[in-house]
Design a protein around this ligand. Structure first.
Ligand code: PMP
Length: 342
């Protein structure tokens, strides 16, 4: 087993975390004169649970992961930032990531003054495993993978990700923001086997709660303890927790099914159009589409009130638009504009 705690920044390993008033008292009832709150009840006058016990209990059941192995962040963007803050010494350590991929790995690295060594995916968007590993030196603390990858839409083979987990001497972060749309299983089942694995998921995509800002990190309980020590004490607000608990009671399978069926329908409808050069296979809730003139089609879609993501300036995604799968009516609207484009 790898000694993951030796990867942690010394100042974080020895951090005495802020102890909130509510951390010290474990009961639910009493006269709370400890947190300088306004005592008059309006539903939100009290600080929220800093440990998010109720929400973690629900997520624990849904995901089959013990609550002490779950971190809830203000979006998975918070978890990405915390990975840098926990493991990487600014100006000294480095991280490795794939390109093209989700842009926040670079932004979080830059904010934390960490060198990000980006490795271009192969032209078919497959993982160059050996080239990724060749980037590593003794200061490489993190390796970011995203599967299904944004914006390319593909999953990486489990065997390759396991190979990286075995061969990389730092933490491997696998961002599974879009896993609920994929045929491939989650890496959550590998957490027991690989202590250097952090799996990121989010309630923003399949669970339909982007507005609540709730991201998830799953890892060994020692790692999750570090996330809890470093996060802002009340990083998840009461309103978000209440709404999430209510919304998690719904079954999102039918929505995910519709999105997946629409993904197939939209891909089939786009493929033969004259301006479409390629529709990449997708395991996510979007399609990456190579077109004859990305900028002009992007602007034409905007004129028609349809906003997509122009990825044509991203290396490896030249001439590509990334189109999110909407409702059937929204997709028809988009398709009619692309069909009429010449
Ligand atoms: N990871 C990936 C791969 C994403 O595409 C996104 C959002 N587009 C996120 C993470 C961020 O998710 P959240 O809303 O949980 O911050």
């Amino acid at each position: 087993m790898k000694d993951i705690l030796s990867l942690v920044r010394p100042n974080i390993a020895s951090l005495a975390p802020y102890s909130t008033a509510r951390d010290e008292y474990k009961g639910d009832i009493g006269i709370f004169l400890d947190a300088n709150e306004n005592p008059f009840n309006n539903g939100y006058n009290r600080y929220p649970d800093p440990r998010q016990k109720a929400l973690k209990a629900r997520i624990s059941v849904i995901k089959g992961i013990a609550h002490e192995c779950i971190f809830i962040g203000n979006g998975s963007d918070e978890a990405i930032d915390l990975c840098f803050r926990i493991f990487c010494i600014p100006g000294v350590d480095n991280a490795i990531a794939i390109r093209p991929s989700y842009g926040m790995y670079r932004v979080a690295a830059d904010i934390n003054d960490i060198q990000l060594r980006e490795v271009q995916l192969n032209s078919d968007f497959s993982l160059p495993v050996d080239i990724l590993l060749a980037q590593a030196d003794e200061h490489s603390k993190l390796l970011f993978l995203c599967s299904p990858n944004n914006p390319t839409g593909n999953c990486f083979p489990l065997v390759q990700m396991e190979e990286l987990l075995n061969r990389f001497d730092g933490m491997v972060i696998v961002d599974e923001a879009y896993i609920d749309f994929a045929e491939q299983p989650t890496l959550l089942t590998l957490l027991d086997k690989h202590t250097n694995l952090i799996v990121l998921q989010t309630l923003s995509k399949a669970y339909g709660m982007a507005g609540l800002r709730l991201g998830l990190a799953f890892a060994a309980k020692e790692i999750i303890q570090l996330f809890s020590n470093v996060k802002y004490p009340y990083n998840i607000n009461l309103s978000a927790m209440e709404h999430a608990e209510r919304l998690l009671a719904r079954d999102v399978c039918s929505e995910v099914d519709i999105i997946k069926k629409e993904r197939t329908r939209v891909a089939k409808a786009l493929a033969p159009l004259p301006c479409v050069l390629k529709v990449y296979p997708s395991d996510a809730n979007f399609l990456l589409v190579k077109v004859t003139d990305a900028d002009r089609l992007y602007n034409r879609l905007i004129e028609g009130g349809v906003i997509v993501r122009n990825r044509s300036r991203v290396k490896g995604c030249e001439d590509c638009l990334r189109i999110t799968i909407g409702t059937p009516a929204e997709n028809d609207n988009m398709l009619s504009i692309v069909s009429a484009f010449s």
